[in-house]
Design a protein around this ligand. Sequence first.
Ligand code: LMR
Length: 332
Amino acid sequence: MRHLVLAAVSVAFAALVGPAVAQQPIVIKFSHVVAPDTPKGLAAEKFKELAERYTDGKVKVEVYPNSQLYKDKEELEALQLGAVQMLAPSNSKFGPIGIKEFEVFDLPYILPDLATLRKVTDGPLGARLLKLLEPKGMIGLAYWDNGFKQMSANRKLVAPEDYKGLKFRIQSSKVLEAQFRALGAVPQVMAFSDVYQALQTGVVDGQENTPSNMLTQKMHEVQKYTTLTNHGYIGYVVVVNKKFWEGLPADVRTQLDKAMKEATIFGNGRSAQENNDALEEMRKSGKTELIKLTPEQDAAMRKAMEPVYNDVASRISKSLVDEFRKEGGATN
Ligand code: LMR
């Protein structure tokens, strides 16, 4: 009898506690450096919503925006160590961990529009670049867009000469370094979270970024002029810790893949509008004057930055640059 009571109690206990234990969710910490209301921030939130829904709560995604957990360089180290499971660093940030090939996306004027970019990322080159992440302990799941970069400073930037001697904050990319050197400016690598203060205090004179990043970090409030150059692109690779990803139950991974696919379509479908809206808000704020270049001024900027291609061809590989341009549909 005593046994029976004990058995009944343990069954009841298991019924009470067992499922709770079994339902401990798998946590994905997703760290990023930008504001929630940016193309990356919105796509991350969408992924969270879909991942939690499709896995029926088996997975919990914790999104940490605005460098809350880690700054640019630290977040990649944290991912490799397994302290976080998911990130979406910009293409420009893989050089310091030994994958310089992603810097091809930084080449000035290499992408005339987002449709060209999509051809590259969805094609064989895009897939091959993702494979380079695996020996570094990461798996690349998707390419997410931000958009095209604009230049800003407290000096009017209309001609290449205007850049001479000015200090510009850059992301950690040798291509971006070469780009500002080609303009006679002084590039300075700096974490994204430090840019506003560096501009405000004059540690640097200018910067390049997308309107959504500029607006949400209030950079436009401390830069008198923003020149609409659209000279370069900022986009992201969503990466996960390889060990973590491969250790997931197969059904969960399938559900997360589906969530990632849909979050990517959602985010990439609205990034251009997000940046247009941000630019409009910057204009309305009256805090920065938006400068449009004439076709002649635009041509002069393109010409001044041409040497960057040779520099990159010798550092990364000319065939990579050629392949990138060919997959994008370039005919020359
Ligand atoms: C930057 O550092 O300027 C950007 O890469 C930030 C971001 O993640 O968009």
